[in-house]
Design a protein around this ligand. Structure first.
Ligand SMILES: [Ca+2]
Ligand SMILES: [Ca+2]
Length: 216
């Protein structure tokens, strides 16, 4: 499972949102008027001048501790997405033992590509409006699991992630073009690492961009 020559792909990527000209974007700065704090002034209305903190830029960071086994990074995206460096794509398909990972039910239609920012891993995501469960076959042991939620194109409110029973993110809000990366340390004793997005009975979106699994 370990990916050869793994890099951490934040370096070199621009946080500047793609320039697009279309109706509803009066100053043609790529930020729709409805989302644009200053819809008539392109120079002052872009988020590009803001340098996001490492845990909010949607780019994976090297694990803080010495690790023994990197199981890799999974990019959650639509079925039409091409493979990207350093990630395995997960397209929201039902768990398959041969593949080694997947979802309790098919959520492949719940994908978005915003076309807003450099880096497919953070410009695409799978989401739930209720509660969905992803599992990965692993050996029993301790794992450090980093999850990334957010949406390059829209704000999202009330996002929830649970890793192997641990409340990793609760009721988290992200602005458009900002993410939240959070690491949980968990013990797996049933041969499957379990990641839940959303909560039973919830009605808000949880948007999962990617996750990174390291064995401690
Ligand atoms: Ca980061
Ligand atoms: Ca993604």
């Amino acid at each position: 499972m370990t990916l050869p020559n793994q890099r951490f792909p934040g370096e070199g990527l621009s946080d500047e949102r793609f320039r697009q000209m279309h109706p509803g974007d009066t100053d043609a700065d790529g930020v729709l008027d409805v989302d644009d704090a200053l819809p008539l002034i392109p120079a002052n209305s872009s988020w590009s001048a803001i340098s996001l903190p490492a845990d909010e830029d949607g780019n994976p960071d090297p694990p803080p501790d010495e690790t023994t086994d990197d199981l890799g990074m999974f990019n959650f995206t639509g079925t039409g997405s091409k493979p990207i460096d350093d990630f395995m794509n997960d397209n929201g398909l039902v768990f398959d033992a041969k593949r080694g990972f997947g979802w309790k039910r098919d959520i492949s239609d719940n994908n978005r590509r915003r076309g807003q920012i450099d880096g497919e891993h953070r410009d695409t995501f799978l989401f739930t409006r209720s509660h969905d469960v992803w599992e990965l076959i692993v050996s029993n042991g301790r794992y450090e699991v980093t999850v990334c939620v957010g949406d390059s194109g829209h704000e999202q409110t009330g996002q929830n992630v649970t890793v192997e029973g641990h409340e990793t993110l609760r009721n988290v809000d992200t602005f458009a073009g900002e993410w939240l990366e959070k690491t949980a340390t968990v013990d797996v004793s049933d041969g499957r690492l379990t990641v839940e997005i959303g909560l039973p009975g919830s009605s808000t979106n949880t948007c999962l961009n990617w996750l990174h699994v390291v064995r401690k």
